[in-house]
Write a new protein. Structure first.
Length: 284
């Protein structure tokens, strides 16, 4: 069994039966059963032998096996205690795999990855996709590339352009830190059990520097959050959620050269930056 391709219906069924695994909906557990999808994910990561890669939520090791076979040095963080014994069995032959038990949102990822540059490759649990992605990006970890499988609707939000229905705070944040593109869509039948939605693999290449200059990054994201707080209202009105008075908002928008009657979802990253920098200039 250990030498078998894990990402296949027969092997996944066998492992689940042998270890009496009941997939946890709470933890968003859906195991890949298509080796071709695993290969595409690994290819998108562009891994070199010995290169450190972090996997989040290895499950029973379907994607982990593909990463290990690339020759990369794999560190996989698994939250579910029940799966640790399974991973010891399915991945036992791979000396380049280390399993870490814990919650990626609570662990010191930098220390786990030896404070060196690394890539992240994962089939992320749907229920906590956005918090994990934002935690990794906001922590300013030395990540070079992020290749993750997420719900298709989340992937579309990550690559969305201003003025589209999918454009939001997640779009701005991901595009501020990375250059994202959707690699492929993954149908529900590629998993056991099959989820109710289509998934997508998205590749995010970390930027050397953000595409816009901001004086205060926290202030920039505060403006972004305000811009999408009430999507049907004008930007001038949504800016009231920041605690600024109408007079202060008008002054900031005038300094930035922004029409406050527009809606926040039409703003480019540059325009959000212009507002944040104007706010910093005249009110702080």
């Amino acid at each position: 069994m250990i030498e078998s391709i894990i990402a296949s219906p027969e092997v996944v069924h066998y492992i689940c039966k042998r270890f009496d695994i009941k997939m946890s909906k709470k933890l968003g557990q859906n195991f890949l059963i298509k080796r071709g999808i695993v290969d595409e994910i690994v290819k998108s990561a562009d891994l070199e032998p010995g290169e450190p890669v972090l996997e989040i939520g290895p499950g029973i090791g379907t994607l982990t096996q593909g990463l290990a076979q690339s020759g990369a040095q794999v560190t996989a963080i698994e939250l579910d205690t029940r799966l640790l014994e399974v991973l010891d069995t399915t991945l036992g032959q791979y000396e380049n795999v280390k399993i870490v038990h814990g919650d990626v949102l609570k662990l010191d990822v930098s220390s786990i990855m030896n404070h060196e540059p690394f890539k992240v490759v994962a089939n992320l649990p749907y229920y906590i996709t956005t918090p994990i992605i934002m935690s990794l990006l906001e922590s300013k970890l030395p990540i070079e590339r992020l290749v993750v499988m997420v719900q298709k609707e989340v992937a579309l939000r990550m690559v969305a352009k201003p003025g589209t229905k999918d454009y939001g705070a997640l779009s701005v944040a991901v595009q501020y830190y990375t250059k994202p593109d959707i690699v492929l869509d993954v149908p529900p039948k590629s998993f056991l059990p099959a989820p109710a939605v289509t998934s997508s693999v998205i590749r995010c290449v970390l930027r050397d520097k953000p595409p816009v200059d901001v004086v205060d990054e926290k202030l920039f994201f505060r403006v972004v959050k305000a811009g999408f707080a009430q999507r049907r209202k004008t930007f001038s009105n949504t800016m009231k959620t920041t605690g600024l008075s109408k007079e202060q908002i008008d002054a900031v928008l005038q300094e930035a050269g922004i029409d406050g009657q527009r809606r926040g979802e039409t703003f480019t990253l540059q325009e959000f930056a212009d507002v944040a920098n104007a706010w910093d200039k005249i009110l702080i």
